[in-house]
Design a protein around this ligand. Sequence first.
Ligand SMILES: [Fe+2]
Length: 241
Amino acid sequence: MIFKQLFDKETSTLTYILADAVTRDAVIIDPVFGQEKRDLAALDALGAKLKYIVETHVHADHITGARAIKDATNAKFSAGKATGLSCGDVMLEEGDILHFGNEVLYAMSTPGHTDGCTTYRWKDRIFTGDTVLIDACGRTDFQQGSAEKLYNSIQKIMAYSDEHLIYPAHDYNNRRVSSVSQEKHSNPYLQLDKAAFIETMDGLKLPRPAKIDIAVPANEYCGNADAAGIDTSKIAHAVSA
Ligand SMILES: [Fe+2]
């Protein structure tokens, strides 16, 4: 198996490359705008042929790097069907799978942070987006957020056996991987029952993401900023903010 984790310092976003070790067919999960050169170089170094660009959700904090990577590789754009994106190539529902070489990526619908949030599993690795973060979880106060749905989605992920690894979309404290077991025991949000979880999430007073008004429209066009009418100089700013 080929697995590479990449980190964008400016947005604390974790990007993942998975590939079949024999055929070199590959998938990239949650690329970040401005990191296309890095990502394409990483694919090149692995001798990888990119088949799919996969998004865990419509991000509010950064613009996806999907557009430039798609232009360079002709890979298909894929995300959850419930995102409502009309720019995607392969839109996934619960239980849908993506094949890359002899490898399989399984999609599961995990709404709550946003309606279209999709968690992916490959072997013993679960890519949770912002549904489960290390010792945290995604916020539920915008983009169709629902604490009740998020609670149910987290239970769905935690139903996997303890040794499954958790790879989130972000970490702000230099951590890179967790496990179902670790999150069950140490994630403070997972110690709450449903009512307490909803009350806690609904009571969070979080600042509005600085670049949400740029990131969400661009991501609704699968990272095609021009189509979204976004000034590219603002996008560059969005990455560094
Ligand atoms: Fe998010």
